[in-house]
Design a protein around this ligand. Structure first.
Ligand code: FAD
Length: 307
């Protein structure tokens, strides 16, 4: 069915919940881009906006600064990502305390990747939390944070099988996580099968699909395999020949992501987490197609290519 025919029925936007993920900026220009994106998406009244934690804890300060600015300059509820890479329990707990002191009450708690790069085998710090389940327990022991964790519809690349993978998710939930956000995926059947497996394992928290609008298909192709995400052949075909045509690429990306989320809505999904890559325009368009309307009216229109 054509993606556009699916848009015909009015989608009850107010029945849907969205959240947006941003990364902390590393320069003044990036800071401006981040804040333009946050302010453009804010009127959609997201359930929360999350700020990632750089590989190996490299962005503790900018993550904290971004979250503090969100708290002081907006009405948005921030969630700080936190990993346990290369850090003892005491060090991670100290970071959690610092964030608590700044007003953070929601963590996206993650193990993180080896500093040798995604795909290299992970070695926990000798005095550290060994995985995200242990981190969740540590955070909950410190304060009653809201805790979101990761989930992997195609299983994490280090998991030998789905049972091991879902067992880790169960441990995270048993330790206090109340929501999981998935790794990005492009095949909705895969997501649905995964949610069925998770429910069969007795896990009932929301498994929120992580939606990645594709800004650069070439980069994504290199990156996806390492994250354990498959790029379907049909998707590669849709982006074929557009490497030097960013404007058409953006239009195709919007259609692909819109098709995916509309199909998920048809399957009954009501919560969506968007990996924004600090760019608002594609996510804005998709939210609009979902029936969401800015609380303060529609934000000014800018060109997709410029976003
Ligand atoms: P865990 O939940 O601890 O483990 C993930 C899976 O790996 C488990 O299912 C488990 O079965 C398997 N596993 C782990 N260890 C072993 C082992 N020793 N043997 C066998 N199987 C094992 N990274 C960042 O650096 N910063 C971020 O801000 C960030 N945000 C993210 C947000 C989301 C929503 C997602 C999905 C990922 C994010 N990541 C981030 C990436 C994440 O850190 C990596 O995917 C990492 O490899 C795993 O972290 P985790 O918390 O999922 O690990």
């Amino acid at each position: 069915m054509s993606v556009f025919r699916r848009f015909a029925p009015v989608i009850p936007g107010n029945a849907l919940n969205v959240s947006f993920e941003f990364f902390p900026p590393s320069s003044g220009d990036m800071e401006s881009q981040l804040w333009e994106s946050i302010m453009r998406l804010a009127p959609f009244n997201p359930e929360f906006v999350s700020v990632t934690y750089g590989a190996g804890g490299s962005t503790r300060k900018p993550t904290l600064a971004t979250v503090e600015r969100i708290l002081s300059e907006t009405k948005l509820a921030p969630a700080a990502h936190l990993t346990c890479v290369n850090a003892s329990r005491d060090e991670v707990d100290a970071v959690a305390r610092e964030f608590w002191g700044a007003g953070v009450r929601h963590f996206v708690a993650l193990r993180g990747d080896s500093t040798d790069g995604i795909g290299s085998s992970y070695r926990p710090h000798k005095d550290g939390y060994r995985n995200a389940a242990e981190l969740v327990a540590g955070l909950k022991a410190f304060a009653d944070f809201e805790i979101t964790v990761s989930a992997y519809p195609e299983k994490h690349p280090e998991s030998p099988d789905f049972m091991t993978d879902i067992d880790m998710l169960k441990r995270k939930v048993d330790n206090g996580a109340t929501r999981a956000i998935t790794q990005f995926f492009f095949d909705n059947d895969t997501y649905e099968r995964y949610v069925e497996r998770v429910r069969r394992a007795g896990i009932y928290i929301p498994i929120v699909p992580g939606i990645l609008p594709v800004h650069n298909f070439g980069q994504l192709s290199k990156f996806a395999g390492l994250c354990g995400a498959t790029i379907p052949d049909w998707m590669a075909k849709r982006f074929e020949g557009l490497d030097k045509d960013p404007q058409t690429r953006s239009l195709v990306a919007a259609a692909v992501a819109a098709d995916q989320v509309m199909n998920l809505v048809e399957r009954g999904v009501q919560d969506f987490h968007f990996y924004t890559m600090n760019r608002a325009q594609l996510v804005y368009a998709i939210c609009h197609l979902l029936g969401l309307r800015g609380a303060q009216g529609n934000a000014p229109v800018t060109s997709i290519a410029a976003a």
